[in-house]
Ligand binder design. Structure first.
Ligand code: PNS
Length: 166
């Protein structure tokens, strides 16, 4: 049984995340989406448990039966070991992602030699997409319909204070 962990801050989940999660679910027996803190990102729009609710809803909407969501406040390498996973799945958008992702993959390998990091390249339509971009567009009242799962859009608008403009 091959268990993969899909880690990220997911604040909030985007269509780009869902594309990677769906493709991972086709490659592995079980996928655990892990909402984790990113030391480089302070604050956050949604609290981790709220992010879990949104991801859970998006997973249900896509009918992904071998995917679960969890939160963990600690090292990814430790979490992967605890859950008996052997793979870390990350999405790669552009060359600009590579250096940072490569550094994380090597660090995680040093901390947990039993876990392999696998990169899935993003689809062309999600190449530019990020949670920060979604928050920025929503903050200025722009339409985020093409960026996030339909079932989470209103939560984002409500949280950002633009609920009335949907
Ligand atoms: O979606 P993000 O913000 O790019 O995800 C980054 C994340 C959360 C996967 C990364 O910051 C992480 O693994 N955090 C957990 C703490 C940890 O293990 N840090 C060392 C990673 S090399």
């Amino acid at each position: 049984m091959k268990i993969a962990v899909c880690p990220g801050s997911f604040d909030p989940v985007t269509n780009g995340h869902m594309d990677i999660i769906r493709r991972a679910s086709e490659l592995f027996d079980e996928v655990i989406v892990a909402v984790m803190p990113n030391a480089a990102k302070s604050g956050g729009l949604f609290a981790p448990p709220e992010r879990v609710v949104l991801i859970d809803r998006a997973i249900a909407a896509e009918g992904l039966t071998n995917v679960t969501v969890d939160t963990y406040d600690g090292l990814l390498a430790d979490y992967v070991r605890q859950r008996g996973a052997c793979v870390i799945v990350k999405g790669l958008r552009a060359v600009s992602d590579f250096e940072y992702e490569f550094q994380m993959a090597l660090t995680n390998r040093k901390l947990n030699a039993d876990a392999e990091t696998v990169f899935l390249t993003t689809t062309a339509e999600n190449m530019y997409l990020s949670s920060s971009l979604v928050k920025q567009v929503a903050g200025y009242g722009g339409d985020i319909a093409g960026f996030v799962p339909a079932c989470v859009k209103q939560d984002i608008l409500d949280k950002i204070g633009k609920g009335g403009k949907s």
